[in-house]
Design a protein around this ligand. Structure first.
Ligand code: GRF
Length: 211
């Protein structure tokens, strides 16, 4: 059974998607802990309600970013997680904690990477006049939102779309995308590191589609 640690800072809708898929018997995984920098996050509340270990690590109690990151990952490592999922985790992690974990840490990002790493992705896609938008699950490397892209889901941008309508239409597709990638990991079909993704023993030349 794949042991999954989830890092989240916000409401936790991606976490809920994983919890619900597991509950429906559609994902052979076990969430061994939810870790957050935000005590009041929906993700921690969701974890507690689901009987999952909910660990808050407060950045304000550490003298440096690296000290916080090291403390956070001491907890993550103690959970025995095979896979670490960043799902709405809104902090940039130090290279020192990312580098040793690149083969088992993924992030869900609401854009068609490599387009629009960072924030405000929906508005940036609108401002650029893009016809399509989407979400990506990628390998976490020290550079922000820059690791090999594992899989993507794509939606059309409709006339009159706002950042809010686009985000709302994309979110359920993100959920399905993340569950699919974690499922592939649980089935042993997916391996990756900082440079490449291997799916069913084939090196990927581009992202898998979850659509
Ligand atoms: C999602 O759009 C996710 O792609 C991004 O953060 C947003 C909130 O995620 N990383 P969640 O609802 O907290 O899971």
């Amino acid at each position: 059974m794949l042991r999954v640690a989830v890092l989240a800072s916000g409401r936790g809708s991606n976490l809920r998607a994983l919890v619900d898929a597991i509950g429906r018997g559609e994902l052979a995984a076990c969430i061994v802990g939810v870790f957050s920098d935000k005590a009041a996050s929906g993700a921690l509340a969701l974890a507690r309600a689901a009987g999952i270990a909910a660990i808050h690590v407060d950045p304000k109690t550490f003298p440096s970013r690296l000290d916080f990151d090291r403390a956070l990952f001491e907890h993550v490592d103690a959970s025995g997680a095979d896979l670490i999922v960043c799902a709405g985790f809104m902090r940039i992690l130090s290279p020192e904690v990312v580098a040793p974990r690149v083969a088992r840490m993924i992030n869900i990002h609401p854009s068609l990477l490599p387009n629009y790493p960072g924030l405000h992705t929906h508005q940036r896609a609108l401002d650029a006049g893009d016809r399509d938008h989407g979400a990506s699950v990628h390998v976490v490397i020290p550079a922000l939102d820059a690791g090999p892209v594992i899989a993507q889901t794509r939606i059309a941008i409709a006339p009159g779309d706002t950042a809010e309508s686009l985000a709302a239409r994309l979110l359920p597709r993100e959920h399905a995308l993340l569950v699919q990638v974690v499922r592939w990991c649980s089935e042993g079909r997916l391996r990756f590191d900082a440079e490449r993704v291997v799916f069913d023993e084939r090196h990927l030349t581009g992202p898998l589609s979850a659509d």
